[in-house]
Write a protein that binds this ligand. Structure first.
Ligand code: ARG
Ligand code: MN
Ligand code: MN
Length: 302
């Protein structure tokens, strides 16, 4: 577990308390109960900020986010050699760093990196296209090597292949992101697809691809993937999100697949939460991902 209390990527304060809330909600204990060895490396903090600027005047906190990206890319690259890094966010801008470090690790291992992106948003803005200027909206564009980050963000060792990304839960897409998704080959399962087919069928297809390619699998869990009724502790709520049961099923299937090699937990804002219920829900979801199940034997689906 690595705490990344970055909050400057959102338009409001509070995500810096995310790592503390995950700890208070019992994340380490829940994983130890399942038999895992858990090491909590505490919270990271960038020590210096680069002098960077960009012509888009809407952009907020560019030096801070570039500094976090550098720090996380190096830290997660190292951590991925030792075990399964779980990054406790912090807002989703941290994915610029974690995806960069993990892409470099995958390139070293000569294995493809796949990403399951559980989010209401694709976070596929470039520095030029973001209108809110909130840099939690750009990490996917950076990690996949979209133009406009050069000379500002750290260079990528290896850009992520769009064809190895699966997004689930998507229900809020800005026009520039829509165009980028239409042009690329990201697999996008929006809420309509989930309603029509169910998460199990959609996820199974992706997991089969990852297994067939002997890939590494990174899971990026944005709290707003979940419906705001069950997960109010996030700044960018969008109605109509994943239910409690859909989310647990995704996690249980990920556990059964035995494919997940790293995990980011992002966008929890404890200041907006109701007595820690969102933090506790995410801890329970991570427990499902790490092996907690209702019965001792695998559930039979047929
Ligand atoms: N990680 C997130 N919650 N991202 C929300 C981004 C929302 C919107 N697309 C923006 O760029 O401002
Ligand atoms: Mn996000
Ligand atoms: Mn989101």
């Amino acid at each position: 577990m690595l705490g990344a209390p970055v909050q400057e990527g959102t338009g409001r304060l509070g995500c810096d308390m995310g790592p503390s809330a995950f700890r208070a909600a019992g994340l380490a204990g829940a994983l130890r109960e399942l038999g895992h060895v858990v090491v909590d490396r505490g919270n990271l903090a960038p020590t210096s900020q680069p002098e960077v600027r960009h012509g888009n005047a809407a952009i907020k906190s560019l030096p801070e986010i570039v500094a976090w990206t550098e720090l996380l890319a190096a830290t997660i690259y190292d951590a991925s050699a030792e075990g399964m890094p779980i990054t406790l966010g912090g807002d989703h801008s941290l994915a610029a760093g974690t995806l960069s470090g993990l892409s470099r690790r995958a390139a070293d291992l000569e294995r493809p990196l796949f990403v399951l992106w559980l989010d209401a948003h694709p976070d596929l803005h470039t520095l030029d296209s973001t209108e809110s200027g909130n840099l939690h909206g750009v990490p996917m564009a950076y990690a996949t090597g979209q133009p406009g980050f050069e000379g500002i963000f750290p260079p990528l060792a290896a850009p992520l292949d769009m064809a190895r990304i699966c997004m689930m839960g998507i229900r809020s897409v800005d026009p520039a992101e829509r165009a980028r998704l239409a042009a690329g080959d990201v697999t996008v399962h929006d809420m309509r697809a989930i309603d029509e087919h169910g998460v199990a069928v959609l996820l199974r297809g992706f997991l089969e691809k990852v297994a067939a390619a002997d890939g590494l699998l990174h899971v990026s869990l944005d709290v707003d993937f979940l419906d705001p009724d069950i997960a109010p502790g996030v700044g960018t709520t969008v109605p109509g999100g994943a239910t409690f049961r859909e989310a647990h099923l995704v996690m249980e299937m990920l556990h059964d697949s035995d494919l997940v090699t790293s995990l980011d937990l992002v966008e929890l804002n404890p200041f907006l939460d109701e007595r820690g219920r969102t933090a506790r829900l995410i801890v329970d979801l991570v427990a499902s991902l790490m092996g907690r199940r209702v019965l001792d034997r695998p559930t039979r689906s047929h």
